[in-house]
Design a binder for this molecule. Structure first.
Ligand SMILES: *Cc1c(COP(=O)(O)O)cnc(C)c1O
Length: 371
């Protein structure tokens, strides 16, 4: 079976994690934590890095920096992971959805402009499956309306927008280092920002907002979102070869495209001229040749599984989540591109450990099934 996701880990990762165990620096302090935060911020050209326990935690921390008032609105794509919308509702804000671009699968900038109201506080751009969102027009909208621009770069380590790294484009950005991301710490995340006050708040919030004068005195409530030195050690080892990992991802994506482009029933990932995608997940979308592409996607996944190839379906839109409907959100809203992608998209094996021989096998299986 070719797994949908397998991280490339090596001797250096083992060595650095073992160093933590040997030295006893296993909890949430230590030199690897400091180094990982500093170097990741530097890599993305941001001033501060604050490591946390997951990408979901990073989004929570980022939204908590906004100090939303009840009814404040944050615009985000419907086509994303639940963590994005949940961070907003948790802090009393109102998530306002937009559809996505059918080629890049990132949020539709024109729709963002159309949904700005006097209550809008922020826009959360999600770089989807390794392809950057179109950030310049979002920056312009944010500046014109006094909004905070949040980047969810959990899928876009090393991706570039007009030669600037994703995660260095917004006012505050969020990363995940879960095992299936391009750089992993097993579980983990980070927020980056240039703002000193937000970085200080993030450091307090991830550590239960302990008082600085008197421990166990709390002016505010935070969370335990601390990352361990062991996780950071894994991250440092990964960061040492991030360029190699990103180049490998791009090479595997190019190999997939070369082998699948003659398959006319599939829409393959694209790359805008201003983008350098990392193709975090190599997704394919079944074209709607009449009716039933959704059923065909399920069938394709089944037949690939029978041929030893694991796949995963795409995200299901936020407006189709019962958990939000029960909160009275998104009733009757429709986002046709998101709905199409959720039903007709699936991604092929894309882990950082994926080898060319496996791409050959997967592509051969896809071509055979699609014929
Ligand atoms: C993976 C992911 C997250 C959540 O990260 P976790 O570390 O799994 O909590 C958030 N946003 C996006 C876009 C992701 O892909």
């Amino acid at each position: 079976m070719i797994p949908v996701n397998e991280p490339a880990l090596g001797e250096r990762e083992i060595e650095l994690v073992a160093d933590c165990v040997r030295s006893g620096w296993v909890s949430s302090a230590g030199r690897y934590l400091d180094e990982f935060e500093r170097r990741w911020a530097e890599y993305c050209d941001m001033k501060h890095g604050v490591a946390v326990s997951s990408g979901t935690a990073a989004l929570d921390v980022a939204v908590s920096c906004l100090r939303l008032q009840p009814g404040d609105e944050v615009i985000l794509p419907s086509f994303t992971i639940i963590s994005c919308a949940q961070a907003i509702t948790k802090h009393g804000g109102l998530p306002v959805l937009v559809d996505c671009d059918p080629d890049t699968w990132c949020l539709d900038v024109d729709q963002v402009a159309a949904r700005i109201t006097p209550r809008t506080r922020a826009v959360m751009a999600v770089h989807m499956y390794g392809h950057p969102a179109d950030m310049d027009p979002l920056r312009e909208l944010a500046d014109r309306h006094g909004l905070v621009l949040i980047e969810d770069a959990a899928e876009a380590h090393g991706a570039e927008y007009k030669r600037k790294r994703c995660g260095g484009l917004g006012d505050i950005s969020c990363f995940s280092f879960y095992a299936n991301k391009i750089i992993t710490t097993g579980e983990g995340g980070m927020i980056l920002t240039d703002r000193d006050d937000w970085a200080a708040h993030a450091r307090a919030y991830r550590n239960l907002c302990f008082g600085s004068e008197r421990r166990f005195h709390h002016e505010e409530l935070g969370e335990n979102y601390r990352m361990t030195n062991m996780q950071a050690a894994l991250g440092v080892a990964q960061l040492d070869r991030v360029d190699e990992i990103v180049a490998h991802k791009r090479a595997m994506a190019a190999a997939y495209t070369e082998r699948l482009q003659s398959c006319k029933a599939l829409r393959l990932p694209t790359e805008r001229e201003w983008a350098r995608s990392t193709f975090w997940m190599y997704g394919v979308v079944l074209k709607d040749g009449g009716r039933g592409a959704a059923g065909l996607a399920v069938e394709l996944a089944k037949r690939l599984q029978a041929r030893g190839v694991q796949t995963r379906p795409f995200f299901l839109g936020m407006h189709e989540q019962p958990a939000f409907h029960r909160m009275g959100l998104f009733a009757g809203e429709e986002y046709p591109v998101t709905e199409m992608l959720a039903r007709q998209g699936l991604y092929l094996p894309s882990g950082t450990a994926l080898q060319l021989s496996q791409v050959d096998q997967v592509a051969a299986a896809v071509n055979e099934v699609m014929r």
